[in-house]
Design a protein around this ligand. Sequence first.
Ligand SMILES: [Ca+2]
Ligand SMILES: [Ca+2]
Ligand SMILES: [Ca+2]
Ligand SMILES: [Ca+2]
Length: 182
Amino acid sequence: MANIIQQRKLDKAFGHLDVDRNGYVEAQDLTALGVRLLANFGVGYEDPRARKIADGFSTFWVALAAALDADGDERLSPQEYRDGMLAGFGGPDDAFDRHFRPGALAVLELADTDGDGYLGPEEFATMQNAFGTTREESDFAFGRLDLDGDGRLSLDELIVAVREFYVGGDENAVGTWFFGRV
Ligand SMILES: [Ca+2]
Ligand SMILES: [Ca+2]
Ligand SMILES: [Ca+2]
Ligand SMILES: [Ca+2]
């Protein structure tokens, strides 16, 4: 059973992924999201980080479609997404680590512009902007995630939060707030 927070997280995540807003998540949405991220950070396609994003998102899409595209039309409806995620994509087995982590890590590494292994509020906000998060919501999320209040988030703690946001069932986990209010 999905609680209301889980439901809202799933709908929010679906909204991020449906970049062209046609009501379905498709392969080209992931491509568009990657393009937007690279543009926000001013990184060109020749950059190795661009390749990591493209590979990570492609891996993610193939796994997502294989697990969630119940009717086989190569796109995910909101219902397919919700049902599939609740049925345990990234659940007890290590689907998250295998299919999701490489893309998520590529995004975080891209966002860590000074390469210190942490995201500060500016780096975080630039990344969030690609997902349509406002600066205000980004700062709200940053404040929730920065448990020790030192003004930075390590890539390791961010990966944990991303996992909590996308596949976690615990609404009290800080990752619930990864993209701002839910
Ligand atoms: Ca779409
Ligand atoms: Ca489908
Ligand atoms: Ca940094
Ligand atoms: Ca911190």
